[in-house]
Every structure is written in C-alpha cells, then in structure tokens.
Design a protein around this ligand. Structure first.
Ligand code: GLA
Length: 725
C-alpha cells in the first residue's frame, strides 16, 4: 500500500512508484516533514529523528521546553502565520477577534482508497480505487477552532503525490482566509535551481533556470487566469542535474486563475515551497461550519533529470487528468478558418475550404471568430451568440449541412467569459460585466469580462451556447479567453465577500465548462486564450487539447513547444501548419506534428507542390498518431542550448518504435553531427525506415549516428523512424 502509518513512531510514509515522503507527528502535535525525495524502502526509522537548532531569536514552544523546538526552524508541513514561523507560511487566517495568529496541530487522520477532489474544481481521477490511496490529516488551531485537512493522494504506479487542503471554520464566529496554499513542501537543502516557464503573447512558456538564493524565488499571476507570463509550473532541480540525470522535483497547480509558487530559502539553508491561489487579491469569508477547498497541487519526483520529470507529468496527465472520449479516441484532423480568413468569410468561402480539405484528407472544418452577432471585426458582439445571417445566409444549419455533406465534421468558436460594450447583451445588462462602482472599466481588445461568479449570467450564456449545440451537429468547440481581469467586482458580491471574486470567477468558468462537457460528451473541446494564455492542468481537465500559441511560425514554435513539453503532453498542445513564410511546408508539418496537428490556412492557396506535401503529412499524421499521442517524449537537442539545431524523439511505451525529428535553426557546415538517441531498448535491433540499416539500441544510444548527410540548410528538417525487429 502506498501509505503506511507507523503508530509507535508517529510516522506517515507515502510511497509513490519512485519517491518517498516521511511525515512525523512531533511533540505537541506539530506535523513535520522529515523527508521528501527518492524512494526509500525502509519500514523502520529507528534513529531517524528530527533535531531542532533554533537560534536564540526564534520564539519557542514553552510546553516542549526552552531550546527544544521553534516553529521558525522546524520543517513544518503546514504552518500558520503569526505564531513564531517567520518564513513564508502556508496559511493566514483573520479571526473574528481581528488577529491573524494561527497554529495548526495534529488531531487525527484517515486513509482511504482512491482519490479525493476539491469541491467545484478539477482534479486527478482514477477508475480503479487501487491506483491510488488518499491520506487525510486533520489539524486544528486550538485557539480559534479553525481546522485544516491536508489531503494527499499517493499514486502507486506514478511518481506523483496530489495534494489539496480543506479549511473548515469549526469555531462559532466568522473568519476570513487571507491565504491558504494547496501544498507547502519542505526540503532539507537549498542546493537547487529554480526552473519555471515565463513568456508573453506569441512567445509562451520559455524555460528559465537560476540558482535558489537566500530569500524568496517566486512566480505568480494576479491576472485572474494562469496567463501567458508565468505558467503554474515550477521545478526544483538539484545543482548539476541535467535533461537526463539528477534529481528534479516538479510542481504544477491544477488551477486556471491567479496563482503563486514561492520557494523560500531560510537561514539554515533549507527550502520551503508554497504553491496555490495567489494571496494577492484573495480574501475568503467563512461563516461557522463552512468549508473552503484549495485547488490541487501535483508533485512529481524524478531521478532522471528534467526529461524524467516531463515524462512523469505526461503519463500522469494522460492516465489521470485528461478525460472524455478524446482521451483515448483518435481526434479528428482539423482545419481552422482563423489565419485563413480572419473575420472575412461567408458560407461559400467556408465550404470552399471544406471542399479542398476533403481532397487533402482533413476530417473537420472549424469556423473561428466572426460568425455571431454583428461581428466583422473584434470591436463588438461578444455575448450575442446568435448567428450572423449576413455572412451565413440561412443560418448555421445550411453551412453545417454543406460541410457534413462533404464528409467533414464541423467545429465552432466561442468566447463565453467576455462581453463587448457594443453588444445587445451589454445594452440589456450593463451590470453583467465585472466592474466596481464609480470606477471606469478598463478595456482590452474592445471587451469587458463577463461576471462568471453570477449564476444568472452563467445561465444566460449557457442557454445561448446550448441553443446552438443542441440544434446543430457540432463536433468541436474552441473556447477562447482574450483578456485579463481588472476592476474585478460583481454587482452581487459585497463585503465581506467582495474580494472572493477572482476565485469565484474561476469556479464559475469551471462550472459552465463542466456543464458543457457533461451535456455534450462527444464534443471535442479545445481551450485557447489569445494563444496559450491559459495552458494549465485545470483547463486540461475539461479540454484534452489547448491551443499553444498564436505564433504559428515553425521555428519560433519549437521554443514554445520545448517549454510547454516540460509539463504537458504532446496530445495537449494545439499546433497547426499555417502560411507563415520562414520555412517550407515540410518543416511546418514536422513541427506541428509534435502537437495535435492541424491546418490554419486557406487550402485553396496551396501550390500544387505544397498540396502534395500536405497530403503526405496527412498520411504521416495517421501513421505516427499513436506514437506521438501516447509515446514517451525525449528532448534531444534543446534550442536554448544549441543555436544550430533542435531535436526531439518519441518512443513507444513498448520501445519497439521511435521517431526522431530534427530542425536546423542555423546552417553550420560540419561533417560530424553525432546524435545519441534516447529511451530505446539496448537489447533490441532497430531498422531505420527507408534503408536496410539495422542498429542495436545500445549503439544508437551510446555511439549515436552521424547525421551530417541529412538536410542542413537553415529551416530544413527531417525525421528518422526506427522500428525494432
Ligand atoms: C485569439 C485566438 C486565435 C483566434 C482569435 C479570434 O487570439 O488565440 O486563435 O481564435 O482569438 O479572435
């Protein structure tokens, strides 16, 4: 069993497939984390004890005894603010008497099979209860009666622990939560680099790595969404660990709103990492008896470097996060109208795309922005989700029938969380957007944000979407979100609940997305946020794929996809071939094939030569679908380390097949270009497809092959497909 409790030693041992966590109930009920890291088989921890080294300035617990214990230096598993722990604490609660001192101590625990999930939020799931076990540890603040339950779901076959926290106001007075992190992680050293993903529109998820210094290292969002700028992912990487070797702790928050991940290196050179909802812009009021759940935090551990961490996240998400029909069923190959036509389309033009698409072998036409209200540009009509018959005479039915008659499925674009000031909906309900009284609303892309915290507003938006989806045969929805939240107030929320709006907004979005996926289980949902501005596990729970970036230039996409792959699987990365000019169609196809693959262009503008290449790509898409969607990813040449090339490789789980892709970023003449392949079976013999050459897995991985005879011009690319006997 993954969870063991050693009653005599008051120790919890949490064993995943390759990590161990040791928690100890210390004197006076303090819960300590003695260890988190590589798996330790021991079942007895005789002599493995906690020793405190409090400095004389640190307040002590008098009951335990002067010098014996200080909250400031102990590895507290979940510490409260204001009672002697001066590091970044996991929780801060404003009590009814106005003070915010909190101190949680052990009360009881339970162990149960399967997973637990925070109320109203996405979470990892299991089909078989034996896949995971959950430990719930109840802690109580003895003064106020506030109770926290720490939930730990431990996966037996993955190196993963999933955590969240429930806070219950078990007192007889109201309280306010100022901060409540999903997980607080104690490590016994600060010998780490902090790795995270930063970016901006069109350049999302670049990897950054810097040593942990004394003090705080932090990434966050206060935008109401996870954002383009920081992803809710971080890793603590042992100094010297590489892509393939060394210890890596990966952290990812299953949340799509404002978040914070902070590593705090203290004066005794240990690290505490807190992750959860950003306390900035957050205050949650609880009446007696009420509870609050945090989002889930996913903790993954690898001894095989960043690559091992990535593969652990990918497999965990493929098996226990992504849901629905299209988790396992082959997804339709789509063509999207956005870069092909922007707002300038009508029924005939879309049908002409579909006609050509059919010839190419594409399965679905997606009509992007511009089909509703009076929307001929981005200045109006969000909220008016009725069809624009000037563009689509006879309505959606006529268009969809014509597309379906060609044998193609049909998809549509929505941006449900937004409202244009120039819309019928806003004119009828000016208080349905986020706003605060007597303060002008900020505008972005000519739009305001809908008040998703309001049930009546959600009902209206849902009814509009449902009216379309229930009437027409729609196989796919692209759900967009094109600005961040400001003036975040709701006409229906006032003190003491006013500051709950950021989180209530996210809960509202989750509710309506849940309704959508439950009502239409056959629908393929793709999330999007001005490209990849909300690429997080919360969204992945609802939509198996997320548009990774509005930047469809193949060379720039490589960096985005490298970064994204740190945490998210290939099957989640929306990637299309477009008309971007810097490379030929071969390379555009090779890069997009690392993701969901599809097209974002006017197929009637393809030259005869490009048309043939595109048809070949469609054949390859089918050929490699399983390998890419369900295989293991190995990053081989990282474009951030190598100015000349980028390369990646997919290996099937049974290691019988591998696909290596390389793209030349800059030309450099060199007759030696040895590449050592990764993840193969050293015992197997592989044939390089298209040749008679056979190589052992050992040779391919240790000696490698000299690839200098393959295309080397700037922007060129090639694939090597190895198949074992
Ligand atoms: C966002 C998306 C694009 C497209 C446009 C439509 O920018 O990222 O793919 O859907 O909106 O307005």
């Amino acid at each position: 069993m993954p969870i063991t409790f050693l009653e005599d030693k008051k120790i919890f041992k949490l064993d995943t497939s390759s990590s161990t966590t040791i928690l100890k109930i210390w004197d006076e009920g303090y819960l300590l984390c003695l260890y988190y890291g590589a798996k330790i088989p021991d079942t007895s921890f005789d002599g493995y004890e906690f020793r405190d080294w409090a400095s004389s300035f640190s307040p002590r617990n008098e009951v335990i005894g002067e010098n014996a214990f200080s909250p400031d230096t102990a590895p507290l598993e979940y510490s409260g603010f204001g009672t002697g722990d001066f590091r970044k604490t996991a929780a801060a609660i404003r009590n009814a008497d106005g003070n915010d001192a909190t101190d949680f101590r052990y009360v009881s625990h339970t162990v149960s099979p399967g997973v637990k999930k925070p109320a109203g939020m996405p979470g990892l799931w299991t089909v078989n209860e034996s896949d995971a076990e959950t430990l719930d540890i109840l802690l109580r603040d003895r003064t106020t009666g506030a109770e926290v339950t720490l939930h730990y779901t431990v996966f037996a076959d993955h190196p993963a622990v999933v955590r969240f926290v429930t806070l219950k106001n078990a007192s007889d007075k109201p309280l306010d939560i100022e901060k409540l992190y999903s997980a607080s992680v104690q490590l016994t050293t600060m010998d780490f680099d902090f790795v995270h993903l930063y970016g901006r529109w069109g350049a999302e998820r670049n990897m950054a790595r810097s040593p942990i210094e004394h003090g705080h290292t932090s990434i966050s969002s206060t935008r109401g969404s996870s954002s383009h700028y920081h992803n809710p992912f971080a890793a603590l990487v042992r100094h010297g660990a590489t892509e393939d070797t060394g210890e890596v702790y990966g952290f990812n928050l299953v949340y799509s709103g404002s978040f914070d991940i902070t590593a705090d290196a203290d004066y005794y050179e240990t690290v505490r990492l807190n992750m959860g909802i950003n306390p900035d812009g957050f205050l949650w009021h609880l009446e007696p008896g009420e509870t609050f759940d945090t989002p889930e935090a996913v903790l993954v551990f690898s001894e095989e470097g960043l690559g091992g961490m990535s593969r652990a996240f990918h497999r965990l998400y493929l098996e226990h996060l992504i849901r629905g029909k299209y988790r396992t069923e082959k997804r339709p190959l789509l063509i999207n109208s956005w870069e092909a036509a922007f707002f300038d389309f009508d029924t005939d033009k879309l049908v002409s795309f579909a006609e050509r698409a059919r010839e190419i072998g594409i399965d679905m036409l997606v009509m992007d922005d511009g089909w509703f209200g009076r929307r001929n540009n981005d200045t109006c009509s969000l909220g008016d989700w009725w069809v624009n018959e000037d563009k689509l005479p006879g309505g959606l039915g006529v268009l969809i029938d014509r597309v379906n008659a060609l044998g193609l499925k049909f998809g549509i674009w929505y941006e449900p969380e937004m409202i244009s000031p120039d819309s019928d909906l806003f004119r009828a309900h000016p208080d349905w957007c986020l706003h605060v009284p007597n303060r002008p609303n900020s505008i972005a892309r000519h739009q305001y944000v809908i008040d998703m915290s309001r049930a009546d507003v959600r009902e209206n938006i849902w009814a509009q979407i449902d009216a379309v989806l229930s009437k027409y045969k729609i196989d796919y929805v692209k759900w967009d979100f094109n600005r961040n939240l400001s003036e975040a107030g709701s006409a229906l929320l006032s003190a003491p609940h006013g500051e709950e709006i950021f989180h209530r907004f996210v809960l509202g979005t989750y509710e309506i997305m849940g309704r959508l996926t439950e009502t239409y289980p056959d629908l393929l949902l793709e999330n999007c946020s001005g490209g990849g501005g909300r690429f997080d596990p919360g969204m992945l729970y609802f939509s198996p794929q997320i548009w990774a970036s509005d930047n469809t230039d193949a060379l720039e996409r490589i960096a985005i996809q490298f970064g994204t792959s740190l945490c998210y699987p290939a099957s989640a990365m929306g990637a299309h071939v477009s008309m971007s000019r810097r490379t030929g169609f071969e390379t555009k196809g090779n890069v997009a094939m690392w993701g969901t693959f599809g097209y974002e262009l006017d197929p009637n503008r393809l030259t005869e030569k490009d048309l043939e290449i595109v048809k070949g790509q469609v054949t390859e898409y089918h050929k490699y679908y399983e390998l890419i969607h369900y295989g293991d990813l190995y990053r081989v040449i990282d474009p951030w380390d190598d100015a000349y090339r980028a390369a990646w490789e997919f290996v099937s789980p049974d290691k019988r097949e591998a696909l290596y892709t390389e793209v030349v970023l800059r030309y450099r003449h060199c007759p030696t270009h040895f590449v050592r392949f990764k993840g193969l079976d050293p015992e197997k013999t592989y044939t390089l497809e298209g040749t008679d050459q056979k190589y052992s897995g050992a040779l391919l991985m240790k000696a490698g092959l000299n690839l200098s005879r393959y295309p080397a011009g700037c922007g060129a690319s090639f694939k090597l497909h190895f198949v074992a006997d």
